[in-house]
Design a protein around this ligand. Structure first.
Ligand code: FES
Length: 116
């Protein structure tokens, strides 16, 4: 059984962009690539810090990769794998997304288990 958390405006997210989404307990980043949305816990596997710092964007300058602005790790948007930086070979924790009537939801299970 999951709790559904509506992600406002996720359906309008433009290609190659990302948005920040928070629940009471966890912080997420939602990214769109090749027409598909992906959600990850906003926590870098390097030092468990948020990928973004204050107003820094979630994506690199070209909009191709999720970027941790602390030490520059880059992650592929479609699977969260770190392909460059100090945590290369590790991955962001993916979260579960659901769609209902055109709206996107983050699905959080028992014990706040949103990650797949
Ligand atoms: S905390 Fe993300 S690269 Fe170091």
């Amino acid at each position: 059984m999951f709790d559904k958390h509506l992600i406002p405006n996720a359906q309008h997210l433009s290609e190659g962009s990302a948005l920040h989404f928070q629940t009471e307990q966890t912080d997420f980043v939602i990214v769109k690539q090749k027409g598909e949305l992906f959600a990850y816990e906003n926590r870098c596997p390097h030092q468990k810090r948020s990928l973004n710092c204050s107003t820094e964007p979630f994506l690199d300058e070209e909009g191709d990769y999720l970027k941790c602005h602390h030490h520059g790790a880059l992650f592929t948007p479609n699977d969260g794998q770190c392909i460059a930086g100090p945590c290369q070979g590790k991955a962001l924790k993916r979260a579960i997304l659901g769609v209902e009537k055109g709206n996107f939801y983050l699905l959080i299970g028992e014990n706040n288990a949103a990650v797949a």
